[in-house]
Design a binder for this molecule. Sequence first.
Ligand code: ADP
Ligand code: MG
Length: 435
Amino acid sequence: MNYLNKKSVEDIDIRGKRVLVRCDFNVPMKDGVITSDKRITSALPTIKYLLDNDAKVVLCSHMGKPHAVLTEGFGLTKKEKAKVAALPEEEQSAAKKKMLEKAKVEDPKKFTLKPVADRLNELLGEGTVAFASDIIGADAQAKVAALEGGKAVLLENVRFDARETKNNPEMAKELAAFADVYVNDAFGSAHRAHASTAGVADYLPAVCGYLIQKELTVMGGALAEPARPFVAILGGAKVSDKIGVIENLIDKVDTLVIGGGMAYTFMKAKGYSVGNSLCEDDKVDLAKAMMEKAAAKGVNFVLPIDTVVATEFAPDAEHKTVPSNEIPDGWEGMDIGEKTRALFADTLKNAGTVVWNGPMGVFEFETFAKGTIAVACAVAESGSISIIGGGDSAAAVEKLGFADKMTHISTGGGASLELLEGKILPGIACLNEKD
Ligand code: ADP
Ligand code: MG
C-alpha cells in the first residue's frame, strides 16, 4: 500500500456536505475532568477546515474501554469474566449481575464524551458543537437532521455499542447514513478495524484528515523514501514488544542503535553476563540472528559500550558505571553510560533521517534519565528529519522538554509502532487513493 497516495479532505468536495469525522478523543480523564486536551486540539485543523467550508460535521470517537452499555444484554469485560470464573459456582451469577448493574450506572458517567463536547465549544465558540446522548439512536438522529452548515454534533462514545469493536457492517451502515463523506482523523485508532475506524468506509467516499495526513507524509514518507543516512534508535523495555519494528527497520536503515532495557538481551547474545538486568532468555537466539542479519546487510549495528548499573530498581538506588561486558552479578542495568552517550550522539551527527522509539533507560527516575536526555539532545542537534514513535517515547521527549525540537512526534502509540513494523493499518488502508 502506498501511504503517500491517500486522499485527504482537500482532495474531495465537502462544501455544504454532511461529513462524518472519526476523531481520537480518547483523552485522559480524572474525576470527570480532562487532564490533557492535546488530542482535542490536534483534531481542530480538520474540524475547522470542514466548518469553515460550511460542512455539516458529525464527530465520533471512542473513549476508554467501557462496557457496551447501550447494547441490549451487554456482557462483562475479559478481566471481570476471569474474576467471576474464580468464584465458587453458586456465587457466580449474583456477582455477574452486580458487576453489570454497576457498569450500567457508572460507565455512562465515566466514559461519556460530554466533557469533550464542552471543551470543543470552548475552543470553537459556544454553540458550535451539539452533543448527542446516544450514537445512532433518537437523539443522534434528531441532532444530525437539525445540523446547519458550519455546525457540528458529537455522538456519544462509539464503544457503548458492542458492534463497534466487532466492525459490524450494520453499525457501519447506520453511521454512514448520517453523512455523504467519511473523514478518518483518528491516527491513534488507525491500527484497529472497527465499525467507525474502517467499516464505515465501505459505504462512503473516505479520505483522511490533516492529523492522519501528517502522520502519513512524515512518518510514512520517512520509511518509504528516507533521507540518508537513515538511523533508527530503539530502546524501551522489551525485545519481544519490538521484534516487528527491528525486523522491518533492519531492511531500511543504514545504522541501527539499540539501547534501553532491550539491549541486555543483545548483550547476552554476545556472551556477556548481564547480572539482574532485564533480559529475555527466550529471545537471545533471535537477538543473535538479528545481529547476523544486520552484518550480512552491511547495517551498522551499535550496542551500548558502557552501562549504568544499580543495586535495585529504585530512584535512589546505589549506582555506578561499568563496561557493558562487565556487569557484575547482583547489579542491574538502568541506563546507558557516558561513553555510550557520546558514541550514540556520534552516529547521529550526519543523519538524514532519525526514527527513535524507546527510552534509553529508566527515564522515569531522574538519576537514570541522563542517557535518554543525551540522545534527545543529539537527535535535536542532528538537523535530521526526526521522528518519535511510541507512547512512552513521546511522553519522555515531552517530559524532558525536547518536543518542539523534533520534526514529528507521532500521536498514536500503538498505531505508530505498527506503522514502523511495516504493517497495514486498517483505518488507513480503507481510505480512497488519489487518481
Ligand atoms: P514505547 O512506549 O515508546 O514504545 P516502551 O514501552 O517499549 O516504549 O518502553 C518504555 C519503558 O522502558 C519505560 O517505562 C522505561 O522505564 C523502560 N526501560 C528503559 N530502559 C530500561 C532498563 N534498562 N531497565 C528497565 N526498564 C527500562
Ligand atoms: Mg510503552
